[in-house]
Ligand binder design. Structure first.
Ligand code: SAH
Length: 204
């Protein structure tokens, strides 16, 4: 089923073989509540509790491809959620730091990582808008919730040459790629519309 899913994603335009290999390898059904397990290899988003969703596989693959992950890259993920995107990045041999603002999901997914032997460098309960200054700079930063605006700390925490992949917008988001060209210059590219749950500002 995972091979089939990878084929579908390839037909939809994903070309990075390492990303497709990661999709073939990561058992997505284990990241879903058992009631959705049967559907795990459809190219769809599903609820994961606390009003959140596991991103659609195409979206995970699309964002992962944009990051141009290389082994040992230091990556910051905003929005741990189910941990599926984290697992894909780990499969790509990145060193992953991931932040989740909902306590319930943070606890659940942290336990799940331990149980499964997934080893992100750090799983943090906190506010992704601030990034993770104490671990900066990063080779890339991925935001997996819809951001109403681009948080400046995330741009500031990129290495020169580093990439920020962030869906920007409220009802609908435009997938946006920033590449840091120098200390002060960023190149920006917009890459189509997506729908994410919102990146929330205040803890509540
Ligand atoms: N990468 C996840 C996608 C989960 S949906 C996966 O593969 O399953 C987005 C996640 O972002 C949710 O878990 C949500 O709680 C979290 N989130 C929302 N606002 C946030 C913020 N300000 N900081 C960190 N995480 C946030």
């Amino acid at each position: 089923m995972r091979n089939k899913l990878a084929d579908i994603l390839s037909e939809k335009g994903i070309v990075d073989n390492a990303v497709l290999e990661a999709i073939r390898a990561v058992p997505r059904h284990l990241f879903l509540d058992s009631s959705f397990e049967d559907h795990a290899y459809q190219d769809k988003a599903f609820p994961i509790g606390a009003d959140q969703t596991i991103s659609q596989p195409y979206t995970v693959a699309f964002q992962s491809e944009l990051l141009q992950v290389r082994p040992n890259h230091k990556i910051l993920e905003i929005g741990t959620g189910s941990g599926y995107q984290t697992a894909v990045l780990l499969k790509l041999k990145a060193r992953v730091y991931t932040i989740e603002r909902q306590l319930e999901l943070f606890k659940k997914t942290n336990l799940f990582f331990k149980k499964m032997g997934y080893r992100p460098k750090k799983v943090i309960f906190g506010d992704g808008y601030k990034g993770l200054p104490e671990e900066a700079p990063f080779d890339s930063i991925i935001v997996t919730a819809g951001a109403p605006f681009v948080p400046n700390p995330l741009l500031a925490q990129l290495k020169v040459g580093g990439r920020l992949v962030i869906p920007v917008g409220t009802d609908e988001q435009v997938m946006t790629l920033f590449v840091r060209k120098s200390a002060k210059e960023f190149e920006k590219k917009e890459l189509g519309s997506f729908r994410f749950v919102p990146l929330l500002e205040d803890k509540n």
